[in-house]
Design a binder for this molecule. Sequence first.
Ligand code: NDP
Length: 282
Amino acid sequence: MMIISGKEISVKIKDQLKEEVLKIKDEYQRLPKLAVILVGDNQASQVYVRNKERGCAYIGIESLKITHDASFSEAELLKEIEQLNQDDTVDGILVQLPLPKHINEDKVLEAIDPSKDVDGFHPQNVAKLFLGQKSLVPCTPKGMMVLLDEINYDLTGKEVVVVGRSNIVGKPVALLCLQKNATVTIAHSRTKNLKEVCKRADVLIAAVGRPKMINSEYVKEGAVVLDVGINRDENNKLCGDVDFEDVKDLVHAITPVPGGIGPMTITMLLQNTLEAFYQHQQ
Ligand code: NDP
């Protein structure tokens, strides 16, 4: 059994990005810059934003953290995004989700210049992903594909089952696997016989948000299991959607939680920011 250490792989990639940033500095006399907007005081969001800032500092790019209290209006936020769209020194714009209830998330995501949309959530980038055109790809799904590459896993002809159909994880990762010639099933809360469906998978991707839901009854022997979930178990300990202990002797490879998909997500955000930077030089 192989534990796919997203933590180690992400450090390796970040070190490569760091080298790249040094070259960028030499060649363009300017550093890539990521703007992160945080509205409200969601604790988890604050941790995510802090980690994103740390990631930027690690590879040596600039980050601009903009915070507002929960009463910040939608109109003010849209105006701010427009200013960042116009600002040539800003390459990437990320609005941390979730936003307070009075702000329409779709409207906000659509306001971001697609060429600066480092989360890959703008409808234009979503459409490009759907069409298989080059685009800024959502970070968590992109990170999963990099992990499969890192273990030299060829998806051609493989059965992939994705549990979860969210716009940020389930749907985009299913499209990316399809692009790599896998046979893809997307399962969700209304799927019948979920255990049987999951047991078909050569690659099982769990993006559900339910602690340890996927146990050995869902997993085929020799499968690769990618666990996206970030949950708390009954002892308030961080855990995934997969019952790691229960499936570990069954699988060919598995990502742990923490230290699996999570660190890759931030690393892909940094990579997307460099991609956006290059796009702005053209
Ligand atoms: P959502 O809540 O948006 O989607 C969850 C999906 O799981 C839905 O499609 C839902 O189905 C499905 N689902 C819920 N219950 C069941 C069930 N009993 N059986 C089958 N399917 C079910 O979650 P996200 O995609 O945003 O996130 C999923 C998990 O991944 C969360 O734990 C989140 O914290 C984590 N996450 C981790 C990231 C990382 O960097 N590691 C990044 C993003 C998310 P339906 O559509 O029918 O309701």
